[in-house]
Design a protein around this ligand. Structure first.
Ligand code: SF4
Length: 399
Protein backbone atom coordinates (compact mmCIF):
# COMPACT_ATOMS: atom_id res chain seq x y z
CA UNK A 1 0.00 0.00 0.00
CA UNK A 2 1.29 3.49 -0.87
CA UNK A 3 2.08 5.67 2.13
CA UNK A 4 -0.07 8.78 2.37
CA UNK A 5 0.69 12.39 3.15
CA UNK A 6 -1.23 14.84 5.31
CA UNK A 7 -1.60 18.56 4.60
CA UNK A 8 -3.04 20.86 7.29
CA UNK A 9 -3.98 24.38 6.25
CA UNK A 10 -3.52 27.21 8.77
CA UNK A 11 -5.33 30.19 7.20
CA UNK A 12 -4.14 33.00 9.48
CA UNK A 13 -1.65 35.78 8.81
CA UNK A 14 -0.83 38.98 10.67
CA UNK A 15 -1.08 40.92 7.44
CA UNK A 16 -1.84 39.99 3.85
CA UNK A 17 1.21 40.42 1.64
CA UNK A 18 0.62 42.47 -1.51
CA UNK A 19 1.05 39.53 -3.90
CA UNK A 20 -0.76 36.82 -1.92
CA UNK A 21 -3.80 35.01 -3.27
CA UNK A 22 -3.69 32.05 -0.86
CA UNK A 23 -6.67 31.18 1.30
CA UNK A 24 -5.53 33.19 4.30
CA UNK A 25 -7.00 35.91 6.48
CA UNK A 26 -5.56 38.75 8.55
CA UNK A 27 -7.14 39.80 11.83
CA UNK A 28 -8.76 36.44 12.61
CA UNK A 29 -6.19 35.02 15.04
CA UNK A 30 -8.82 34.99 17.81
CA UNK A 31 -10.32 32.00 16.01
CA UNK A 32 -7.13 29.91 16.39
CA UNK A 33 -8.21 27.87 19.47
CA UNK A 34 -11.53 26.89 17.86
CA UNK A 35 -9.79 26.21 14.57
CA UNK A 36 -7.27 23.85 16.19
CA UNK A 37 -10.18 22.02 17.81
CA UNK A 38 -11.95 21.83 14.45
CA UNK A 39 -8.84 20.41 12.74
CA UNK A 40 -8.72 17.60 15.26
CA UNK A 41 -12.41 16.88 14.77
CA UNK A 42 -11.90 16.71 11.04
CA UNK A 43 -8.99 14.25 11.41
CA UNK A 44 -11.14 12.12 13.73
CA UNK A 45 -14.14 12.29 11.37
CA UNK A 46 -12.08 11.13 8.42
CA UNK A 47 -10.10 8.40 10.15
CA UNK A 48 -13.27 7.03 11.78
CA UNK A 49 -14.61 6.40 8.26
CA UNK A 50 -11.50 4.58 7.02
CA UNK A 51 -11.51 0.78 6.92
CA UNK A 52 -8.12 0.66 8.67
CA UNK A 53 -5.43 2.95 10.08
CA UNK A 54 -3.70 4.25 6.99
CA UNK A 55 0.08 4.78 6.82
CA UNK A 56 1.34 8.37 6.69
CA UNK A 57 4.93 9.33 5.93
CA UNK A 58 4.76 13.14 5.62
CA UNK A 59 2.84 15.85 7.45
CA UNK A 60 2.87 19.46 6.27
CA UNK A 61 1.49 22.49 8.11
CA UNK A 62 1.04 25.12 5.40
CA UNK A 63 -0.65 28.45 5.22
CA UNK A 64 -1.13 31.13 5.94
CA UNK A 65 1.27 31.28 8.82
CA UNK A 66 1.40 28.03 10.82
CA UNK A 67 4.00 29.60 13.14
CA UNK A 68 1.15 31.70 14.60
CA UNK A 69 -0.13 28.53 16.31
CA UNK A 70 0.85 27.94 19.95
CA UNK A 71 3.12 24.95 20.58
CA UNK A 72 0.27 23.11 22.32
CA UNK A 73 -1.62 23.12 18.99
CA UNK A 74 1.15 21.12 17.28
CA UNK A 75 1.25 18.68 20.21
CA UNK A 76 -2.51 18.14 20.08
CA UNK A 77 -2.75 17.84 16.30
CA UNK A 78 0.21 15.46 16.03
CA UNK A 79 -1.24 13.30 18.82
CA UNK A 80 -4.58 13.18 17.01
CA UNK A 81 -2.84 12.26 13.76
CA UNK A 82 -0.88 9.49 15.46
CA UNK A 83 -4.12 8.04 16.89
CA UNK A 84 -5.96 8.07 13.59
CA UNK A 85 -3.16 7.11 11.20
CA UNK A 86 -0.09 4.86 11.28
CA UNK A 87 2.31 7.81 11.49
CA UNK A 88 5.80 6.65 10.56
CA UNK A 89 8.40 7.31 13.30
CA UNK A 90 10.62 8.70 10.49
CA UNK A 91 7.87 10.92 9.08
CA UNK A 92 8.95 14.25 7.60
CA UNK A 93 6.93 16.81 9.60
CA UNK A 94 7.23 20.29 8.11
CA UNK A 95 5.88 23.69 8.90
CA UNK A 96 5.93 26.88 6.90
CA UNK A 97 7.11 29.72 9.10
CA UNK A 98 7.17 33.46 8.72
CA UNK A 99 10.60 34.57 10.02
CA UNK A 100 9.17 37.56 11.90
CA UNK A 101 6.99 35.30 14.06
CA UNK A 102 9.74 33.09 15.53
CA UNK A 103 11.76 33.13 18.75
CA UNK A 104 14.51 30.85 20.06
CA UNK A 105 12.18 29.42 22.73
CA UNK A 106 9.40 28.77 20.24
CA UNK A 107 11.75 26.85 17.93
CA UNK A 108 13.15 24.78 20.80
CA UNK A 109 9.63 23.80 21.85
CA UNK A 110 8.53 23.21 18.26
CA UNK A 111 11.39 20.79 17.61
CA UNK A 112 10.42 18.91 20.79
CA UNK A 113 6.92 18.27 19.36
CA UNK A 114 8.45 16.19 16.55
CA UNK A 115 8.36 18.87 13.83
CA UNK A 116 11.62 18.23 11.93
CA UNK A 117 11.58 20.50 8.89
CA UNK A 118 11.14 24.27 8.62
CA UNK A 119 10.33 26.18 5.46
CA UNK A 120 11.11 29.86 6.00
CA UNK A 121 9.57 32.58 3.82
CA UNK A 122 12.71 34.67 3.28
CA UNK A 123 11.56 36.00 -0.15
CA UNK A 124 14.37 38.58 -0.47
CA UNK A 125 17.30 40.07 1.43
CA UNK A 126 16.63 43.52 -0.02
CA UNK A 127 14.75 45.86 2.39
CA UNK A 128 13.03 47.72 -0.46
CA UNK A 129 11.80 44.48 -2.05
CA UNK A 130 10.45 43.22 1.29
CA UNK A 131 8.53 46.49 1.70
CA UNK A 132 7.24 46.27 -1.88
CA UNK A 133 5.93 42.75 -1.15
CA UNK A 134 4.46 44.01 2.16
CA UNK A 135 6.31 41.30 4.05
CA UNK A 136 6.26 41.75 7.82
CA UNK A 137 9.87 40.80 8.43
CA UNK A 138 13.42 42.01 7.85
CA UNK A 139 16.27 39.91 6.52
CA UNK A 140 17.81 40.01 10.02
CA UNK A 141 14.77 37.99 11.20
CA UNK A 142 15.73 35.26 8.72
CA UNK A 143 19.30 35.19 10.07
CA UNK A 144 17.97 34.91 13.63
CA UNK A 145 15.42 32.24 12.67
CA UNK A 146 18.10 30.08 11.01
CA UNK A 147 20.49 30.52 13.97
CA UNK A 148 17.81 29.60 16.51
CA UNK A 149 16.53 26.71 14.39
CA UNK A 150 20.04 25.22 14.23
CA UNK A 151 20.40 25.63 18.01
CA UNK A 152 17.06 23.86 18.45
CA UNK A 153 18.34 20.90 16.39
CA UNK A 154 16.59 21.47 13.06
CA UNK A 155 18.79 19.92 10.36
CA UNK A 156 16.35 20.30 7.48
CA UNK A 157 15.70 23.95 6.63
CA UNK A 158 14.33 25.42 3.45
CA UNK A 159 14.31 29.04 2.27
CA UNK A 160 11.68 30.41 -0.12
CA UNK A 161 12.73 33.30 -2.38
CA UNK A 162 10.81 35.25 -5.03
CA UNK A 163 12.26 36.70 -8.21
CA UNK A 164 10.95 38.66 -11.18
CA UNK A 165 9.63 41.57 -9.09
CA UNK A 166 8.89 44.81 -10.93
CA UNK A 167 12.00 46.99 -10.74
CA UNK A 168 14.10 44.16 -9.33
CA UNK A 169 17.59 44.08 -10.80
CA UNK A 170 19.81 41.12 -11.51
CA UNK A 171 22.20 42.55 -8.91
CA UNK A 172 19.69 42.61 -6.03
CA UNK A 173 18.51 39.11 -6.95
CA UNK A 174 22.07 37.84 -6.92
CA UNK A 175 22.67 39.53 -3.56
CA UNK A 176 19.56 37.83 -2.10
CA UNK A 177 20.75 34.47 -3.41
CA UNK A 178 24.22 35.04 -1.95
CA UNK A 179 22.81 35.99 1.45
CA UNK A 180 20.50 32.98 1.39
CA UNK A 181 23.38 30.69 0.41
CA UNK A 182 25.48 32.08 3.26
CA UNK A 183 22.85 30.69 5.66
CA UNK A 184 23.51 27.17 4.27
CA UNK A 185 19.94 25.80 4.29
CA UNK A 186 19.42 22.22 3.09
CA UNK A 187 16.84 23.33 0.55
CA UNK A 188 15.73 26.27 -1.62
CA UNK A 189 12.40 26.97 -3.32
CA UNK A 190 12.60 29.83 -5.83
CA UNK A 191 9.40 31.18 -7.37
CA UNK A 192 8.82 33.72 -10.12
CA UNK A 193 6.36 36.38 -9.01
CA UNK A 194 2.98 36.10 -10.67
CA UNK A 195 0.55 38.97 -10.33
CA UNK A 196 -2.69 37.28 -9.30
CA UNK A 197 -6.22 38.62 -9.70
CA UNK A 198 -7.71 40.19 -6.60
CA UNK A 199 -4.38 41.11 -5.01
CA UNK A 200 -3.22 44.66 -4.14
CA UNK A 201 -0.35 44.14 -6.58
CA UNK A 202 -2.81 43.47 -9.41
CA UNK A 203 -4.68 46.69 -8.61
CA UNK A 204 -1.40 48.62 -8.62
CA UNK A 205 -0.48 47.05 -11.97
CA UNK A 206 -3.91 47.87 -13.45
CA UNK A 207 -3.53 51.51 -12.36
CA UNK A 208 -0.10 51.64 -13.98
CA UNK A 209 1.57 52.30 -10.62
CA UNK A 210 4.10 49.51 -11.09
CA UNK A 211 5.77 48.31 -14.27
CA UNK A 212 4.72 44.96 -15.71
CA UNK A 213 7.13 42.13 -14.84
CA UNK A 214 9.75 41.53 -17.54
CA UNK A 215 9.66 37.80 -18.49
CA UNK A 216 13.06 37.96 -20.23
CA UNK A 217 14.68 39.39 -17.11
CA UNK A 218 12.88 36.82 -14.94
CA UNK A 219 14.30 34.07 -17.20
CA UNK A 220 17.80 35.53 -16.74
CA UNK A 221 17.27 35.55 -12.98
CA UNK A 222 16.17 31.92 -13.07
CA UNK A 223 19.22 30.91 -15.10
CA UNK A 224 21.50 32.83 -12.74
CA UNK A 225 19.93 31.00 -9.77
CA UNK A 226 20.35 27.60 -11.48
CA UNK A 227 24.05 28.31 -12.06
CA UNK A 228 24.74 29.65 -8.55
CA UNK A 229 22.93 26.86 -6.74
CA UNK A 230 24.65 24.21 -8.85
CA UNK A 231 28.02 25.82 -8.04
CA UNK A 232 27.09 25.63 -4.36
CA UNK A 233 26.37 21.86 -4.67
CA UNK A 234 22.59 22.01 -4.55
CA UNK A 235 20.83 19.50 -6.79
CA UNK A 236 17.89 20.81 -8.74
CA UNK A 237 15.21 18.14 -8.51
CA UNK A 238 12.16 20.15 -9.56
CA UNK A 239 11.68 23.21 -11.75
CA UNK A 240 11.61 25.51 -8.70
CA UNK A 241 13.32 23.39 -6.03
CA UNK A 242 16.88 22.50 -5.04
CA UNK A 243 18.24 20.34 -2.21
CA UNK A 244 21.59 19.39 -0.74
CA UNK A 245 22.52 15.73 -0.84
CA UNK A 246 22.99 14.25 2.61
CA UNK A 247 26.50 12.77 2.61
CA UNK A 248 25.47 10.23 5.26
CA UNK A 249 22.57 9.04 3.20
CA UNK A 250 22.79 5.48 1.93
CA UNK A 251 20.17 6.32 -0.68
CA UNK A 252 21.13 6.67 -4.34
CA UNK A 253 21.53 10.20 -5.62
CA UNK A 254 20.63 9.60 -9.23
CA UNK A 255 17.10 10.92 -8.85
CA UNK A 256 15.52 13.15 -6.21
CA UNK A 257 18.02 14.01 -3.47
CA UNK A 258 17.55 12.73 0.06
CA UNK A 259 16.78 16.21 1.41
CA UNK A 260 14.14 16.94 -1.21
CA UNK A 261 10.78 17.86 0.28
CA UNK A 262 9.26 14.39 0.69
CA UNK A 263 5.85 15.97 1.10
CA UNK A 264 6.00 17.89 -2.15
CA UNK A 265 7.40 14.82 -3.94
CA UNK A 266 4.13 13.14 -2.99
CA UNK A 267 2.24 15.77 -5.04
CA UNK A 268 4.63 15.65 -7.98
CA UNK A 269 4.40 11.85 -8.06
CA UNK A 270 0.60 12.19 -7.94
CA UNK A 271 0.40 10.05 -4.81
CA UNK A 272 -2.39 10.25 -2.21
CA UNK A 273 -2.69 12.98 0.41
CA UNK A 274 -5.32 14.11 2.88
CA UNK A 275 -6.12 17.81 3.18
CA UNK A 276 -7.45 19.12 6.49
CA UNK A 277 -8.52 22.66 7.27
CA UNK A 278 -10.24 25.58 5.57
CA UNK A 279 -9.78 25.44 1.79
CA UNK A 280 -7.54 22.34 1.97
CA UNK A 281 -7.45 19.96 -0.99
CA UNK A 282 -6.92 16.20 -0.87
CA UNK A 283 -6.40 13.33 -3.32
CA UNK A 284 -7.57 10.07 -1.77
CA UNK A 285 -9.08 6.84 -3.12
CA UNK A 286 -9.53 8.32 -6.59
CA UNK A 287 -11.24 11.51 -5.36
CA UNK A 288 -9.98 15.07 -5.37
CA UNK A 289 -11.55 16.72 -2.33
CA UNK A 290 -11.89 20.40 -1.46
CA UNK A 291 -12.92 21.96 1.84
CA UNK A 292 -15.00 25.04 2.61
CA UNK A 293 -12.83 28.17 2.38
CA UNK A 294 -13.73 30.47 5.29
CA UNK A 295 -12.29 29.63 8.74
CA UNK A 296 -15.59 30.56 10.46
CA UNK A 297 -17.58 28.26 8.16
CA UNK A 298 -15.02 25.50 8.64
CA UNK A 299 -15.22 25.78 12.43
CA UNK A 300 -19.03 25.81 12.28
CA UNK A 301 -19.22 22.72 10.05
CA UNK A 302 -16.81 20.81 12.27
CA UNK A 303 -18.66 21.76 15.45
CA UNK A 304 -21.97 20.22 14.33
CA UNK A 305 -22.68 16.61 15.10
CA UNK A 306 -23.13 14.93 11.76
CA UNK A 307 -23.82 11.38 10.66
CA UNK A 308 -20.64 9.65 9.38
CA UNK A 309 -19.96 10.48 5.74
CA UNK A 310 -18.63 8.22 3.05
CA UNK A 311 -14.81 8.08 3.10
CA UNK A 312 -12.93 10.35 2.27
CA UNK A 313 -15.55 13.05 2.87
CA UNK A 314 -15.81 15.01 6.12
CA UNK A 315 -18.35 17.66 7.17
CA UNK A 316 -15.92 20.29 5.83
CA UNK A 317 -15.87 18.79 2.31
CA UNK A 318 -17.64 20.94 -0.29
CA UNK A 319 -16.48 19.00 -3.32
CA UNK A 320 -15.30 15.42 -3.94
CA UNK A 321 -14.64 14.83 -7.60
CA UNK A 322 -14.04 11.34 -8.89
CA UNK A 323 -10.88 11.23 -11.04
CA UNK A 324 -11.07 8.90 -14.02
CA UNK A 325 -8.07 6.99 -15.33
CA UNK A 326 -7.47 9.32 -18.28
CA UNK A 327 -7.42 12.38 -16.03
CA UNK A 328 -5.14 10.65 -13.55
CA UNK A 329 -2.71 9.77 -16.35
CA UNK A 330 -2.63 13.38 -17.58
CA UNK A 331 -2.12 14.71 -14.04
CA UNK A 332 0.64 12.18 -13.43
CA UNK A 333 2.47 13.46 -16.52
CA UNK A 334 1.90 17.15 -15.81
CA UNK A 335 3.21 16.89 -12.26
CA UNK A 336 5.86 14.23 -12.80
CA UNK A 337 7.56 16.11 -15.63
CA UNK A 338 8.19 18.95 -13.19
CA UNK A 339 10.71 16.64 -11.49
CA UNK A 340 13.84 17.57 -13.37
CA UNK A 341 15.90 14.54 -12.30
CA UNK A 342 13.42 11.69 -11.99
CA UNK A 343 10.71 12.89 -14.37
CA UNK A 344 8.21 10.08 -15.00
CA UNK A 345 9.49 6.52 -14.65
CA UNK A 346 8.20 4.29 -17.43
CA UNK A 347 8.25 1.19 -15.21
CA UNK A 348 6.32 2.92 -12.39
CA UNK A 349 3.88 4.32 -14.96
CA UNK A 350 3.34 0.86 -16.39
CA UNK A 351 2.85 -0.68 -12.94
CA UNK A 352 0.25 1.98 -12.13
CA UNK A 353 -1.67 2.22 -15.40
CA UNK A 354 -0.91 -1.04 -17.23
CA UNK A 355 0.49 0.70 -20.34
CA UNK A 356 3.86 2.17 -21.26
CA UNK A 357 4.49 5.88 -21.82
CA UNK A 358 5.09 5.21 -25.51
CA UNK A 359 1.77 3.43 -25.88
CA UNK A 360 -0.01 6.67 -24.95
CA UNK A 361 2.39 9.48 -25.77
CA UNK A 362 4.47 8.21 -28.69
CA UNK A 363 3.99 11.33 -30.85
CA UNK A 364 4.60 13.84 -28.05
CA UNK A 365 7.72 11.99 -26.87
CA UNK A 366 9.21 11.82 -30.39
CA UNK A 367 8.49 15.49 -31.03
CA UNK A 368 9.90 16.89 -27.79
CA UNK A 369 12.92 14.57 -27.79
CA UNK A 370 13.70 15.70 -31.38
CA UNK A 371 13.37 19.34 -30.29
CA UNK A 372 15.77 18.75 -27.40
CA UNK A 373 13.15 19.56 -24.73
CA UNK A 374 12.65 16.03 -23.32
CA UNK A 375 15.12 13.19 -22.82
CA UNK A 376 15.30 9.64 -21.51
CA UNK A 377 17.53 8.88 -18.50
CA UNK A 378 17.35 5.09 -18.13
CA UNK A 379 13.62 4.49 -17.92
CA UNK A 380 12.82 8.05 -16.79
CA UNK A 381 11.32 10.55 -19.22
CA UNK A 382 12.27 14.07 -18.13
CA UNK A 383 12.77 17.65 -19.25
CA UNK A 384 16.13 18.73 -20.62
CA UNK A 385 17.62 21.94 -19.22
CA UNK A 386 16.33 23.73 -22.32
CA UNK A 387 12.88 22.41 -21.45
CA UNK A 388 12.77 23.86 -17.91
CA UNK A 389 11.59 27.31 -19.03
CA UNK A 390 9.08 25.85 -21.48
CA UNK A 391 7.56 23.39 -19.01
CA UNK A 392 3.99 24.66 -19.20
CA UNK A 393 3.83 24.43 -22.99
CA UNK A 394 5.24 20.89 -22.86
CA UNK A 395 2.94 19.72 -20.03
CA UNK A 396 -0.13 20.97 -21.88
CA UNK A 397 0.46 18.38 -24.62
CA UNK A 398 0.36 15.52 -22.12
CA UNK A 399 -3.09 16.27 -20.66
S1 SF4 B 1 2.72 35.37 4.88
FE1 SF4 B 1 2.42 33.99 3.13
S2 SF4 B 1 0.30 33.27 3.28
FE2 SF4 B 1 0.49 35.07 4.63
S3 SF4 B 1 -0.18 36.78 3.36
FE3 SF4 B 1 2.06 36.66 3.16
S4 SF4 B 1 2.40 35.35 1.34
FE4 SF4 B 1 0.25 35.08 1.99
Amino acid sequence: MNANSVYLHIPFCRHRCAYCDFNTFAGQQARIPDYVEALQREIQALTAGAAERLPVHTVYFGGGTPSLLPISAFEQILTTLARGFLLSPEAEISIEANPGTLTADYLQALRATGVNRLSLGMQSADPGELIFLERQHHFEDVINAVTWARQAGFNNLSLDLIFGLPEQHLGTWEASLDRGLALAPEHFSLYALTIEHGTPLKRQADLGLIPAPDPDLAAEMYELACAKLTDADYLQYEISNWAKENSNSPLPTSHSPFLASQHNLQYWRNQPYFGFGAGAHGFVSGFRTRNVLAPAAYIRRMSLTAAPLEFPRTPATVNAQSIDRETEIGETMMMGLRLTREGVSDSRFQARFGVTLREIYDKQIDKFVAWGLLEWADDHLRLTERGYLLGNQIFSEFI
